[in-house]
Design a protein around this ligand. Structure first.
Ligand SMILES: Cc1cc2nc3c(=O)[nH]c(=O)nc-3n(C[C@H](O)[C@H](O)[C@H](O)COP(=O)(O)OP(=O)(O)OC[C@H]3O[C@@H](n4cnc5c(N)ncnc54)[C@H](O)[C@@H]3O)c2cc1C
Length: 436
């Protein structure tokens, strides 16, 4: 194996480097920031710990547990049963709303129930729905579509429902049975549902526990090294400041869009077009350290209402020791278009709306921290799948392997980042083939 260089010291890049190091392969990890961890970083301020944005660990695979146990962090993770709610018209009902409409206003409940029953009765096996809009209407009916699925996803992805494909929905949107929906409207449904019904979170401190534990085993970590230019033909990269490094194999874990924007070779027209087709949103997270008890026992709340600037508000101190005694933390997340657009004003408007909704007492706020994750969510529009496959093939043929949520331009979680990092190390070590 020629010299391997890893770009990006988030969870994916760190795990890949750790696995390679364990196999005796030294690979530098070039990380732009002064600290590793990427989206899974946490910061401390005045006795509070803030994650860059809400990060809860869902573990489905035994190899993830074994890996985290090997790092010595598994026992430091507490298990929580999800307490999440959806707020519609000012009324909260447990998540997922499709089997829990009992907390909503009677007329909203009626819309949801009737819509579901009509869709269920009309359902005929046959053609697959063409887009997210058709899929929601067929599966959940008009009431749930109009009160939750359409406004929530439009706010999060800043896209109309018909612009979205179905490539992401299977795992993340639980499908209910008719009896469950009826029971849910009557308040009878009790089973925890969905991929995130149970989660883990560090007992002490924030989610940085995970990347920090991996980083401690990565001898080649180089913080403060930003890739600014990449020559695919001559296989060198340039760092901020002008230093050039040769590479034989490059493992990229930074976003696919940023990686391609750094390429200095002329891109073939179809590759440039595929890059131009990539669409995403940024997320701003307003983290607050607040005196007094949390205004809600929930771990987090979803807000589909288009009038509210945020899509989700969390209370991380309800699941981790991240606030001094007698205080709590709040995390207000809003979705923004990409680009250099103004963040501070949008964040201030979101905080003001959270105050108006009774979620924050402005007089009790002690610390405020704003972070921006860019890209945050890939928009699964119709051109995405083909564009990503083409870009992946193009880069692979030139020695570049992609791994992780943003490099592979997908929707995935920390467990996937760990597994992606492991897989990348196996591919680089010649033990596995890259995805087609
Ligand atoms: C809003 C939001 C909420 C989420 N919530 C959860 C959750 O609750 N549970 C969960 O499991 N997952 C969650 N995730 C997903 C999770 O954050 C990712 O799966 C995981 O962090 C991906 O890690 P990564 O290493 O692939 O990417 P990153 O963490 O982005 O790592 C990439 C690294 O590359 C560095 N970098 C970027 N550009 C350059 C450059 N030019 N040169 C050098 N370095 C560079 C970055 O600084 C970063 O450290 C959430 C994501 C978002 C956006």
């Amino acid at each position: 194996m020629g010299p391997v260089v890893i770009v990006g010291g988030g969870l994916t890049g760190l795990v890949a480097a750790e696995r390679l190091a364990a196999a005796g392969v030294a690979a530098p990890v070039l990380e732009r920031e002064v600290e590793p961890g990427g989206a899974c970083r946490s910061v401390e301020a005045e006795g509070f710990t803030f994650d860059y944005t809400g990060h809860l660990l869902h573990v489905a695979r035994p190899e993830t547990e074994a890996y985290l146990a090997g790092l010595g962090v598994w026992d430091g993770l507490a298990v929580h049963e999800r307490r999440a709610a959806v707020v519609i018209g000012g009324r909260a009902t447990p998540y997922p709303v499709q089997i829990n409409t009992h907390g909503l206003a009677p007329e909203v409940r009626r819309d949801c129930l009737l819509g579901f029953i009509r869709a269920w009765a009309a359902h005929a096996a046959g053609a697959e729905p063409a887009d997210f809009r058709a899929w929601v209407l067929e599966r959940f009916g008009e009431g749930l579509a109009e009160h939750f699925f359409f406004p929530y996803n439009s706010k999060l992805y800043r896209a109309r429902p018909e612009e979205l494909s179905l490539d992401w929905v299977g795992r993340y949107v639980p499908k209910p049975k008719l009896e469950d929906v009826v029971d849910g409207a009557l308040g009878l449904y009790r089973d925890p549902v969905g991929y995130n019904a149970v989660f883990r979170y560090p007992r002490e401190g924030g989610i940085r526990l995970l990347p920090d534990a991996v980083a401690a085993r990565v001898p080649g970590l180089e913080p403060g090294r930003e890739l600014v230019a990449l020559h695919l033909g001559e296989r060198w990269l340039e760092l901020q400041g002008g230093e050039r490094r040769p590479w034989e194999r490059l493992l990229a874990t930074i976003s696919l869009s940023a990686l391609l924007d750094a390429v200095v070779d002329e891109l073939p027209p179809e590759v440039a077009a595929a890059r131009a087709a990539l669409r995403w949103v940024r997320v701003a997270n307003v983290a607050l350290g607040v005196a007094g008890p949390a205004p809600s026992p929930e771990h987090w709340l979803y807000f589909p209402d288009p009038e509210l600037p945020f899509y989700r508000v969390g209370f991380p101190s309800n699941h981790g020791r991240v606030a001094p005694p007698g205080c709590h933390t709040v995390s207000i997340e809003l979705s923004l278009d990409p680009g250099p657009g103004e963040v501070a004003a949008a964040a201030a408007a979101a905080e003001a709306a959270a105050v108006a909704a009774g979620l924050v007492d402005p007089a009790a706020v002690r610390v405020r921290r704003l972070s921006v994750i860019d890209p945050a969510y890939v928009v699964f529009d119709h051109p995405r799948r083909q564009a990503v496959a083409l870009l992946r093939r193009f880069l692979r043929a030139r020695g570049v392997l992609l791994a992780g949520r943003w490099a592979e331009w997908k929707y995935s979680a920390m467990e996937d980042a760990i597994l992606d990092g492991m897989r990348a190390a196996r591919v680089l070590g010649g033990e596995a083939a890259d995805e087609p």
